[in-house]
Design a protein around this ligand. Structure first.
Ligand code: F6R
Length: 243
């Protein structure tokens, strides 16, 4: 695992955007695996800035998201579909037909997960996957468990994740209890992975991810076994590691 230490969130975001931009320039029709949440927002802003300045072209880029809440329709302002439109897609020239995300409105979870996994295979796999890190070590919505999930699946969100995501909803009862998520196996098939982590509240879990045992109890620890992972983290997040 390569580790880039940055001073703060802004530098983490600029560094991540540079790597994403280089990927798009090297392979204009690349498949980007994208994440939602607070962590990648700064990198997306930087990509939008570079697009507006004429440095980046998304016309051939394909984008596949990690996850989506089960039960939310696309027009729900808390859906990850909506998040991606607001935070990236509507600001750049990516084609809507080249953006993919599990469909939270589909109730048949087996069917929807199989459909999404087939979409990812048809795309030929993810070239560069962006990941944020949950407080409990989750990536995508792969929560701590007894085994690593192989493929896209329906997840029961843990109390810690429901509480962490509570900030985006009016009431805790509004936070969905389930989500569709790429599996750990799906994520591990990405050719390159960029893990972004910011803030002291992630320092303890980041230490376990990078220096602890590989275990499904800390899902992101599996990244120690991926051949091409770059961690970009700020000082605060790295404060418990001597990297
Ligand atoms: C989002 C996702 C999650 C988040 C994680 C961190 O698509 O898959 O794993 O990356 O929960 O969230 P933030 O960035 O809000 O701290």
């Amino acid at each position: 695992m390569k580790i880039y230490r940055t001073a703060d969130y802004q530098e983490m975001s600029r560094t991540a955007a540079m790597i994403l931009a280089a990927q798009i320039r090297l392979k204009p029709d690349c498949v980007l695996g994208l994440a939602t949440g607070s962590t990648p927002v700064g990198a997306y802003e930087e990509l939008i800035r570079q697009y507006r300045a004429g440095y980046l072209d998304f016309s051939q880029v394909r984008a596949a998201n990690l996850d989506e809440y089960r039960g939310l329709t696309r027009d729900n302002d808390q859906s990850y579909y909506y998040f991606m439109q607001q935070n990236l897609f509507k600001h750049v020239n990516i084609r809507p037909e080249n953006t993919f995300i599990p469909d939270g409105s589909r109730q048949d979870s087996d069917e929807e997960c199989a459909r999404y996994e087939a979409v990812l295979s048809q795309l030929g796999g993810v070239d560069l996957q962006i990941l944020g890190l949950g407080h409990n070590g989750h990536i995508g919505f792969n929560e701590p468990a007894d085994t690593f999930a192989k493929v896209t699946h329906c997840v029961d969100l843990t109390r810690s994740t429901i509480e962490a995501n509570r900030r985006f909803f009016e009431k805790e009862e509004d936070v969905p209890r389930q989500a569709y998520s790429m599996g750990i196996g799906t994520i591990m098939r990405a050719k390159k992975i960029l893990l972004l982590v910011s803030g002291s509240e992630k320092a303890a879990i980041l230490r376990e991810v990078v220096a602890g045992p590989v275990t499904p109890r800390v899902p992101a620890s599996i990244l120690q076994f991926h051949p091409d992972v770059t961690l970009i983290a700020d000082e605060a997040a790295l404060s418990r590691l001597n990297a």
